[in-house]
Design a protein around this ligand. Structure first.
Ligand SMILES: *Cc1c(COP(=O)(O)O)cnc(C)c1O
Length: 433
């Protein structure tokens, strides 16, 4: 066998091992999800080999007859699901949607206010991320650790004092809705663009179970389409604006920050939207119910879950302070040995110095909910986490129970058709020789 064939085989074997690892694990990363079988099928269609620069029916290349129809359908489905007048389904990720929006709404030197990184702000809102790349002056909102949300009075003062061009909301540790209504008078006074980054909570918003930013004062929403919204790795921009601002944002997308918009992922996004219109409300509701159950059970099991004052969470996410259990790095690694996959996370009092060993862990329930975990299954997951972190059971023993629990939960729910998750690579033939 030639080396090159061997490398190709090796990569396929690694992909299969990866699938098996996830098949046997409990996936709790708050920013991940599983695609439906029909959406997944779109990724291997020929759409994935083509370009369609521009807007539907105004393209630069030939061969776009069917792509145009798909893109219009995707936009119509998104308008319906999110109740938005304007939709751009082309950004190839949430970060790309954010960069395009920065490009369309600001000029270098403008001021922007953003969520603080230690309070769950995303790197794209940081000085060393997209906001800094655009050359903006950013100031972070004050954060209230007890509420696990930005501090309303301090934020009103900050906005009135800074008079930013854009106020950005939305976080990667997004337990409670952003207080948009409470801030509306400050927005009006300074005349800023209100930008809501819904990367984490897009599925909950579409399902009508979190908050409704476009009706609470947001001008534009950007998002990833693969976190609580269970679609392909892609991005989207939504707005009720139809004026020049929207045109500037669209020009930010193309020709601003992309050329190819990953037509296969866009088609997969459309299929997911159709499925979410059918099942999204129920899915969002069960995801949040499981998060609340997870938080309560962990707290009863001796783990310090944040946000207790407000019922721990109103989203898919919970965060826990695990300093007493060995810190975030240790907790995430020992749980991985037990087949429970989650991530260490900075908590509000952590500084960038301890980003490699922060105080906390973050847990999301959107993916297990999609696999049919109900409240009693979720309690079982919380019990297994506490077994490892509090009762110091050996991760190897716990892993056997994790596998057993997962054995009954391998079919993806809330979608059309049925298919076992984690089995896709095997559909291709062997390479031979
Ligand atoms: C995940 C995330 C993004 C973008 O992520 P992509 O991986 O680029 O899709 C943007 N903002 C927030 C708040 C996020 O959590």
């Amino acid at each position: 066998m030639t080396d090159n064939r061997m490398f190709a085989r090796r990569i396929r074997a690694l992909a299969m091992k990866h699938n098996e690892m996830f098949r046997d694990s409990i996936p709790l990363i708050a920013s991940e999800n599983l695609m439906s079988p029909l959406a997944m099928e779109m990724l291997i269609s020929d759409f994935g080999s083509r370009y369609a620069e521009g807007l539907p029916y105004h393209r630069y290349y030939q061969g776009n007859e069917y792509v145009d129809e798909v893109e219009v359908l995707v936009m119509d489905l998104a308008k319906k699901f999110f109740r938005a007048e304007s939709v751009d389904p082309r950004p190839i990720s949430g970060t790309v949607a954010n960069i395009a929006t920065l490009y369309g709404t600001t000029s270098p030197g403008d001021k922007i206010t953003v969520p603080p990184l230690s309070g769950g702000g995303h790197i794209s809102a940081a000085r060393f991320g997209a906001v800094g790349l655009r050359g903006l002056h950013s100031t972070a909102y004050p954060f209230n650790t007890e509420d696990m949300n930005i501090d309303v009075d301090g934020t009103i003062r900050l906005i009135k004092q800074e008079k930013p061009k854009v106020c950005l909301f939305g976080r990667s540790v997004f337990l409670f809705p952003a207080p948009l209504k409470e801030l509306s008078e400050a927005f009006d006074e300074v005349g800023c663009t209100v930008w809501y980054d819904a990367a984490h909570v897009l599925g909950l918003i579409g399902g009508g179970k979190f908050q409704d930013p476009l009706r609470e004062g947001a001008t534009v929403i950007t998002a990833s389409t693969h976190k609580t919204f269970p679609g392909p790795q892609h991005g989207i921009i939504l707005s009720n604006d139809t004026s020049d601002l929207w045109k500037h944002i669209q020009r930010g997308v193309f020709p601003g920050v992309l050329s190819n918009h990953h037509l296969n992922a866009m088609a997969a996004l459309g299929i997911t939207l159709a499925e979410e219109l059918e099942y999204g409300a129920e899915y969002a509701q069960n995801t949040i119910a499981n998060a609340t159950t997870m938080a309560q059970t962990l707290a009863e099991g001796g783990i310090s879950v944040l946000g207790e004052k407000n019922g721990f969470t109103r989203s898919h996410t919970i965060v826990a302070d695990v300093r007493e259990q060995g810190g975030g790095k240790y907790a995430a690694e020992v749980l991985e040995q037990a087949g429970i996959i989650l991530n260490k996370n900075m908590l509000p009092w952590d500084s960038s110095k301890n980003s490699q060993n922060p105080s906390g862990i973050r847990i999301g329930t959107q993916e297990i909910t999609r696999l049919g975990f109900d409240r009693s299954d979720t309690k079982e997951v919380a019990r297994l986490i506490a077994d490892v972190l509090v009762r110091h059971r050996s991760p190897e023993d716990v892993k056997e129970e994790v596998k057993e629990l997962k054995r009954n939960h391998r079919t993806i729910r809330y979608c059309f058709g049925t298919h076992e998750a984690y089995s896709y690579v095997k559909i291709l033939e062997e390479i031979g020789e």
